[in-house]
Design a protein around this ligand. Structure first.
Ligand SMILES: NC(=O)c1ccc[n+]([C@@H]2O[C@H](COP(=O)([O-])OP(=O)(O)OC[C@H]3O[C@@H](n4cnc5c(N)ncnc54)[C@H](OP(=O)(O)O)[C@@H]3O)[C@@H](O)[C@H]2O)c1
Length: 339
């Protein structure tokens, strides 16, 4: 009997411009029979990641492959094994890895740039494997603050996209390290959560016309470290206010993703403020990842680190969730769960 699944596919490439829900279609496709080494997975929690933007441009200049038009988008998810012809995984196992945005997905997907792992038994809520314990979540925040940022007690750290997935964790980790933390976030509700729930020392509106004055008042000597996920005008402003010498750790450039020409960096602050500018990915710090995960688990279990999530439900929620991420609709990790 032929089996089918619903998939979320991409209608057209977006070299520039905003991602909208209508750029995706939900359609049905046939599932092939499994061959040796393959599994049939049922995703139960999809990770909605800003990094997907680079896979929707149709330009082959990104670290991850472009999504073929009309075919399923792929992303990281926690899944249950339904059927297995893989020696290491049995039906009922829970695994974390790349799958198609589908009700049922054959693993491996057409290209696998992540690899598959069993769900760590310490993970109490499956979606935490994508957020606070995820490679593109807590592990990115941990390695960014501790390995790349080398944050020490008493330093002042500014964090952009501070109420997002990586930013909310990076700010809290800097605070755990004894730093004073200033978050940049786009709404009053987000800023309140940062200071009242997550222990940030201050939070500012990055769209405020007097952003520079507000930051100067909060840190007259300037931040020692800027943990940046947004780039563009905001980051140019922060870099101009930093202590000399200081560090900028570039995690992402989300404000530029819809327009590649959106930011030509003015490097004057690098010279004037003696800045070290470092881009990174967590994979670069591969040997540090097991200990980083242990720290994250310990901090969550002891209540020192609060994982925030924005949870939407059902496969059909994925197009709205990804476009909402770029509009700031999420607080903490954006996930789509399937009952
Ligand atoms: N280096 C790595 O290996 C790595 C790994 C994971 C993620 N990243 C990058 O890290 C960044 C954050 O990813 P995430 O998954 O944690 O997403 P996220 O921060 O949870 O969500 C994105 C947030 O960015 C803010 N934002 C959106 N457009 C913006 C703009 N034009 N200017 C300023 N802020 C804007 C929004 O918050 P507001 O409401 O505050 O605007 C939104 O909630 C992304 O750039 C992503 O590509 C890098």
């Amino acid at each position: 009997m032929t089996r089918t699944t619903r998939i979320v596919s991409l209608n057209r490439y977006l070299p520039t411009g905003r991602v909208e829900p209508e750029h995706f279609t939900i359609r049905t496709k046939e599932l092939p029979d499994l061959t040796d080494g393959e599994m049939l997975l049922r995703p139960i929690a999809f990770s909605v990641d800003a990094t997907l933007r680079g896979q929707l441009t149709g330009q082959d200049n990104y670290f991850a492959p472009q999504v073929p038009l009309g075919e399923a988008v792929t992303g990281i998810a926690v899944s249950e094994v339904v059927e297995s012809r893989h020696p290491d995984h049995q039906p009922g196992d829970r695994v974390v890895g790349l799958v198609e945005w589908a009700d049922l997905s054959v693993w491996p997907p057409r290209t696998d740039w992540i690899g598959l792992t069993k769900l760590d038994p310490r993970v109490r809520k499956p979606s935490h494997a994508l957020g606070v314990y995820g490679l593109l979540g807590g592990l990115t925040a941990h390695t960014g603050i501790i390995e790349a940022g080398q944050v020490t007690a008493g330093e002042t750290v500014a964090v952009s996209a501070a109420a997002g997935n990586v930013g909310s964790l990076a700010g809290q980790i800097a605070r755990i390290r004894g730093a004073r933390v200033i978050g940049l976030a786009g709404s009053e509700q987000k800023r309140k959560i940062l200071t009242e729930d997550l222990g940030f020392d201050a939070a500012v509106d990055y769209r405020a016309p007097d952003l520079a004055e507000q930051l100067r008042a909060l840190a007259p000597d300037g931040p020692d470290l800027y943990f940046d996920s947004v780039g563009g005008r905001v980051s140019q402003t922060v870099m101009g206010l930093m202590r000399r010498p200081a560090r900028v750790v570039v995690c992402g450039l989300i404000s530029t993703y819809d327009d590649d020409t959106a930011w030509t960096v003015n490097i004057k602050p690098l010279f004037a403020n003696g800045l070290t500018l470092q881009g990174y990915t967590p994979v670069q710090f591969h040997d540090a990842l097991p200990a980083a995960l242990d720290h994250l688990v310990d901090w969550v279990e002891t209540g020192q680190l609060i994982p925030l999530e924005t949870e939407r439900h059902g496969l059909e929620a994925l197009p709205g969730a990804i476009s909402g991420l770029y509009r700031g609709e999420n607080i903490g990790k954006m996930v789509v769960t399937v009952p």
